[in-house]
Write a protein that binds this ligand. Structure first.
Ligand SMILES: Cc1ncc(COP(=O)(O)O)c(C=O)c1O
Length: 489
């Protein structure tokens, strides 16, 4: 297989002669040069590091089941066994009784798609008069619910949140119920500010109205359940709450499992039945899928199971303790930096902070230049643009370094006369939207203002984020899809 072909640059064609092993792996390692190194302890989102030993166990287990196909449990009954055990372990954490059933999925989004599809099909079966289904969605709920509405033709009915606490507004949810409502959604916690919605009160509303109620515990399901077992004081958010009919809980987030794996649960199997899909109307094998995917690797199943067996509850408790302590120090430290302010009071290890008098997107670029990554989130109504932090085990020792970088970067942005001014950008956006002669011209002018060059990934994001932040939601969404469409050529 040896070859003298260079793969320093990607050729875009299948090499005629295969490459040597070392060339392939050198190339793959080289490709990562501009990635944020995920085990550096400085990537405060996207990845979850359970530590060297646990990671090695998960990797080995993943490879053992890499090729086994979850499409057919009768051919690979071991995957049925593993899935059942995963579901039972998480159900126990979520305090579900024996009637509670679940499925393993490929991630939070698939779990949410399943829960919404289930609610739609349950309504079709039990409330056939509903032809234009609606779903009640606090504005703090994850974008995956909007995606589900888009995919399954359900109208999202958005409800406000308390702008101090970031918790869903219960009377607004009550008022939003109509004869077309098929599902109410709340989060435990919401991603952006890490706060738990008033689940018990919303459960009462749902029960009184005879409606399904999904709790999105994609980030919180595991971590919050462990916190509760450890004696932290938390509101109930799980199957002990009357009215809760389904819950999503990811394993590839705070169970620290390798991607892609999540779980979704229902009060009973009558409800879960509506998640399933079967088909025999073609010449192929009869299809029966519990969730969205058909063919799927057994790797994530085996890796999650192995990791959970390896860490055990005591291992997870150690992780949760360290992560919560780190979060507390980070939040307090940020609030002590002049000009920065944490939004709300996070219930677990995720939170966001804003800058009172300078452009937070400039801060994000500076931080990245110093090796840290914190995720920008746009302005939403009265909630200012902010940076999000998801604290996890692998980052828990980086709090002091993170605060130091934040102090330095804040001073630099404040002193930088050329830093992009959000008000100036907003004024220019309004001018473009009101004076451009055609939609094409609007797009061209916005692209120019944002400094977007076709086909190139940007290295600095402040200008782009400032422009996107200033646009109406629909236009931001259009620009994001258009940009992606041009970058992936
Ligand atoms: C609360 C919440 N729900 C759902 C999702 C979607 O999960 P995924 O990215 O695994 O599809 C996320 C992702 O961050 C989330 O935070």
């Amino acid at each position: 297989m040896a070859s003298n072909q260079s793969i320093q640059k990607l050729s875009g064609t299948l090499p005629f002669e295969g490459l040597a092993k070392n060339e392939i792996f050198d190339a793959l390692d080289g490709f990562k040069a501009n990635d944020v190194p995920w085990r550096s302890g400085r990537l405060l989102g996207y990845t979850y590091d359970p530590g060297e030993d646990a990671l090695a166990i998960a990797h080995q287990a993943y490879l053992r089941y890499l090729t086994e196909n979850g499409l057919d449990w009768t051919v690979f009954p071991s995957l049925h066994m593993i899935e059942t055990d995963l579901i039972h372990m998480v159900r126990d954490l979520l305090r579900g009784d024996q009637k509670v059933v679940g499925s393993v999925t490929s991630g939070g989004t698939e779990s949410i798609l399943c829960a919404v599809k289930t609610a739609r099909d349950y309504a079709r079966a039990t409330k056939p008069h509903i032809t234009r289904p609606e779903m009640i969605l606090p504005e703090t709920a994850h974008g995956a619910f909007h995606k589900a509405c888009h995919y399954f033709d359900i109208k999202p009915v958005l409800t406000p949140y308390d702008t101090e606490t970031f918790r869903a507004d219960v009377p607004a949810i009550q008022n939003a119920i109509s004869e077309n409502t098929i599902l109410i959604v709340a989060s435990a916690p919401g991603y952006a500010q890490g706060v738990i919605d008033p689940i018990a009160a919303i459960g009462q509303v749902a029960q009184a109205a005879g409606l399904l109620f999904h709790v999105d515990a994609c980030v919180g399901g595991i971590h919050l359940s462990l916190m509760r077992r450890m004696g932290y004081s938390l509101p109930d958010f799980d199957f002990t709450v009357p009215g809760v009919t389904s819950i999503s809980a990811d394993l590839h987030k705070y169970a620290y499992a390798p991607k892609n794996i999540s779980t979704v649960f229902y009060r009973n199997s009558d409800l879960r039945f509506h998640q399933y899909f079967a088909n025999r109307r073609n010449t192929c094998y009869a299809l029966v899928n519990p969730a969205v995917l058909s063919t799927k690797s057994g790797g994530p199943y085996a890796a999650a199971w192995a990791l959970m067996q390896y860490l055990g509850e005591s291992g997870y408790r150690r992780i949760v303790q360290k992560v919560q302590d780190a979060t507390e120090n980070f939040v307090a430290g940020i609030n002590r930096i002049d000009g920065l302010r944490v939004l709300g009071k996070p219930d677990m290890c995720m939170f966001s902070f804003t800058a009172d008098d300078f452009n937070i997107f400039e801060l994000a670029d500076r931080i990245r230049g110093k090796g840290f990554y914190m995720q920008p989130q746009f302005t939403h109504g009265p909630t200012p643009a902010n940076l999000h932090i998801s604290m996890e085990w692998g980052c828990a020792d980086s709090v002091d370094a993170g605060l130091e970088v934040l102090r330095e970067a804040t001073a630099e942005v404040r002193a930088d006369k050329s830093a992009i001014n959000l008000s100036t950008i907003r004024a220019r956006v309004v001018e473009i939207l009101t004076t451009s002669k055609s939609p094409d011209q609007v797009e061209a002018n916005l692209r120019e203002l944002a400094g977007l060059t076709s086909g190139q990934l940007p290295t600095k994001m402040a200008r782009i984020n400032s422009v996107l932040d200033a646009l109406p939601d629909e236009l931001t969404e259009y620009m994001l899809c258009d940009f992606m469409n041009k970058v992936f050529v």
